[in-house]
Design a protein around this ligand. Structure first.
Ligand code: IPM
Ligand code: MN
Length: 429
């Protein structure tokens, strides 16, 4: 952990940085007036803020790593996985928005394109080249479009494009997947639910465990009682459940302080361990209300009364399925961003939708989920909340003023292209 102070014009910033993949990355930034930036000794207030922002273990190493830098612009290195299908189009949209934000707020975003998924299979024969993992690990964060497509659907499991995504999540240790889903008032017409349910609105945060469970368990093929069979295994350790439960409860503290944990504890042993562990963690969060819901019931409740959900925490596979369901009730899967985080603040940011090969290359995909993922990156990886707010406000405004891509257009609406929607957002930043 280090402290980096830099100044631009009259205002200075103290930038606390922590080592990630061999280099220092922004951790938390506090603006200070130029008069107080003369010496670190003058900043007991900053130490206080800093101590509130980092954990005890991280704090230990700070004094050994204090250094200053002055008069430099903040630079953020972002690895870009354009991927397959609509991936390149929507990532390019988000890059344009980030560049505009950089210009407006005085940051420099440096993008490094890397290959993953089908594009990587075509170029190198493997879905996740080592170089891609290394560049992602050395970056401040990763922005990803989508991977996969029919062209690679018949390849064996270990060289499918999806393997790239799972491999990146695992290599970067991104066990927390945050998938916010809310109903935009302007899009009430696109919501397939009954008007009385739509009227109540909803705003939920799905917290999906991302590096464990059946996605990463043992699997194989074998000769069974009825001939050839296949098997996959779901396994969760207490440690894995504890850390995702904490992530959910921490997130709930910044929202409405309610967590619903979803499992299948009436059948699965992993779910019984999940439930026990979640409740043990909940003892440390007396201010957060934690309840359980069986996954089949949860699937029903999401369409019956989505307003009841604040934070949802669940396993990798249940979270995969329920987040697609949650996206549909917002009106379109083209609207949902996500952040995948690990122990470090740097993570992977991607829309929750796939590569939509049927509409690829036509400039008609909705870029908003990726643009909103870039906003999540600014907020979570770089602590740039004003910049993230600016993007989210521009998206809100574009939707409120009737800008629609084909997926959210009503009959009779003029649908914007991908680039048209991107320009609509840029114009409102
Ligand atoms: C998602 C996707 C991925 C998943 C696939 C592409 C492997 O559906 O991010 O939700 O299942 O996690
Ligand atoms: Mn999915």
């Amino acid at each position: 952990m280090g402290i980096n102070r830099y100044q631009t014009g009259g205002t200075g910033y103290f930038c606390f940085r922590k080592p990630f993949a061999g280099r220092f990355t922004p951790h938390c930034i506090f603006p200070v007036s130029s008069s107080s930036s003369a010496s670190l000794a003058l900043t007991p207030m900053l130490w206080l803020l800093y101590n509130q922002a980092v954990t005890g273990r991280e704090r230990g190493s700070i004094r050994r790593n204090i250094y200053f830098r002055e008069d430099i612009a903040m630079e953020y290195r972002i690895a870009l996985v354009r991927g397959d299908g609509i991936g390149p189009e929507i990532v390019d949209s988000a890059v344009k928005v980030l560049e505009a934000i950089g210009e407006k707020f005085g940051h420099r975003f440096v993008f490094t394109p890397v290959l993953a998924g089908g594009a990587a299979i075509d170029a190198t024969g493997e879905p996740l080249p080592r170089e891609t993992v290394e560049i992602c690990q050395a970056s401040d964060s990763v922005l990803l479009g989508a991977v996969g497509g029919p062209k690679w659907d018949t390849l064996p499991g270990n060289i499918r494009p999806e393997k790239a995504l799972l491999g990146l999540r695992s290599a970067l240790g991104l066990y927390t997947n945050l998938r916010p889903a809310r109903l935009y008032p302007a899009l009430k017409d696109a919501c397939p639910l009954r008007p009385d349910i739509v009227e109540k609105g909803f705003d939920l945060l799905m917290v999906r465990e991302l590096t464990g469970g059946i996605y990463f368990g043992d699997r194989g093929r074998r000769e069974g009682k009825y001939g050839p069979e296949a098997w996959d295994t779901e396994a969760y350790s207490v440690m894995e459940v504890e850390r995702i439960a904490r992530a959910a409860m921490d997130a709930a503290r910044k929202r409405r302080r309610r967590v619903i944990s979803i499992d299948k504890a009436n059948v699965l042993e992993t779910s019984r361990l999940w439930r026990e562990t979640v409740h043990r963690v909940a003892e440390d969060y007396p201010d957060v209300t934690v309840t359980d819901l069986l996954v089949d019931n949860a699937a029903m409740q999401l369409v019956r009364n989505p307003a009841q959900f604040d934070v949802v925490v669940t396993s990798n596979m249940f979270g995969d399925i329920l987040s697609d369901e949650a996206s549909q009730i917002t009106g379109s899967i083209g609207l949902l961003p996500s952040a995948s985080l690990g122990a470090s603040k740097c993570g992977l940011y991607e829309p929750i939708h796939g590569s939509a090969p049927d509409i690829a290359g036509q400039n008609i995909a909705n870029p908003l989920a990726t643009i909103l993922s870039a906003a999540m990156m600014l907020r979570y990886a770089f602590d740039l909340s004003a910049e993230a707010d600016a993007i989210e406000a521009a998206v809100d405004l574009a939707l409120n003023e009737g800008c629609r891509t084909a997926d959210i257009a009503k009959p009779g609406d003029v649908a914007l292209t991908t680039t048209g929607m991107t320009e609509a957002v840029l114009a409102r930043l």
